[in-house]
Design a protein around this ligand. Structure first.
Ligand code: SF4
Ligand code: SF4
Length: 304
């Protein structure tokens, strides 16, 4: 079971969200002259529901989350006609679903569901786009204003190129939500790539094959990284000690090795290495991917 959310922006009272159309006004996280990039609902193939707590359930595997979101969406569509129906819906969901969380300090909202019939997009069932224009978010744990206005750190810390490249590469809500919130993973990957290329590739190149597939294979390490720590309670590089978020560094000294140049990536992938060979193997996997990607980009007719 994979896992990560970038920093701890999701801790109880500090954390809201949004999930439907562009009703959110607080786009202040972007650079002043930069066109806004909607990370929450970027296109029709995927969306993110990370800050509503979907990855904080004890079982946050893709299958378990999809089943949870499917059931509650069906109940919402059947049972909720207006705001008066919401307390009963909330009580029913909370009674019917396993509420065990990875971290008690991170809230899991019962109003996240699938926004479309094809189950490609996750988001807020209370959003006006889901309720014939009626905004039902007032009843939520964070309240309408916070839910509508929240922008996670990825809005501020990812460059426009990083945001767009990630959006071009990602195809599904589950992996997208894990990666878009992992600022370090995204930035480290594109930094290593730019170092190798000697320049930052245009985001548009990430629409093309095989660039797209190669880059996606890197982000899929989030799901299948063979050196992922078996420790359950980690959100990527962070874990929680009570309400504090902490970083557990990789002990290279114990392996008799220097700090890896891929340390940032390894931390985001919650890596644990038992031997120097494992570390070397991990470095080779990352390096191979970046080298292959750089080769594919250089082969593109548009790349100078
Ligand atoms: S992109 Fe950020 S603000 Fe948007 S839903 Fe995901 S975590 Fe929340
Ligand atoms: S009410 Fe909607 S936007 Fe707010 S936390 Fe719940 S699902 Fe997210």
């Amino acid at each position: 079971m994979p896992f990560l959310l970038y920093t701890p922006p999701l801790i109880a009272r500090n954390h809201p969200f949004h999930g439907g159309g562009p009703t959110n006004a607080a786009f202040s996280g972007t650079m002043p002259d930069e066109p806004f990039t909607h990370l929450c609902q970027p296109d029709s193939r995927k969306s993110c529901g990370a800050c509503c707590g979907i990855y904080n359930y004890a079982d946050s595997s893709r299958e378990a989350l999809a089943a949870r979101l499917r059931r509650r969406t069906e109940r919402f569509r059947n049972d909720v006609r207006d705001a008066a129906d919401l307390p009963a819906f909330s009580g029913m969901i909370r009674a019917a679903e396993d509420q065990t969380r990875r971290y008690e300090v991170i809230f899991c909202c019962e109003y996240v569901g699938f926004l479309d019939g094809d189950e490609k997009k996750v988001g807020c069932l209370l959003h006006p786009a889901q309720n014939n224009g009626k905004d039902l978010r007032e009843i939520s744990f964070y309240g309408r204003e916070l839910c509508a206005g929240h922008l996670c750190p990825s809005y501020s810390f990812l460059s426009r190129m990083e945001k767009l490249a990630l959006i071009h590469v990602m195809e599904d809500w589950y992996l997208y939500g894990l990666c878009v919130t992992d600022v370090d993973l995204v930035k480290q990957y594109f930094r290593h790539l730019a170092d190798l290329l000697g320049e930052i590739p245009p985001a548009e190149r990430f629409r093309e094959e095989p660039v797209r597939t190669i880059a996606r294979r890197f982000f899929e390490f989030k799901l299948h990284w063979p050196f992922r720590s078996p420790e359950v309670n980690r959100f990527g590089r962070f874990y929680f000690d009570g309400a504090q978020h902490m970083i557990r560094p990789i002990d290279y000294g114990a392996l008799g090795c220097e700090r890896s140049g891929f340390d940032g990536i390894f931390l985001s992938l919650t890596s644990e290495f038992r031997t120097p060979d494992e570390l070397k193997n991990a470095e080779d996997r990352i390096q191979r991917n970046i080298t292959e990607l750089a080769g594919a980009l250089r082969a593109s007719p548009d790349f100078r």
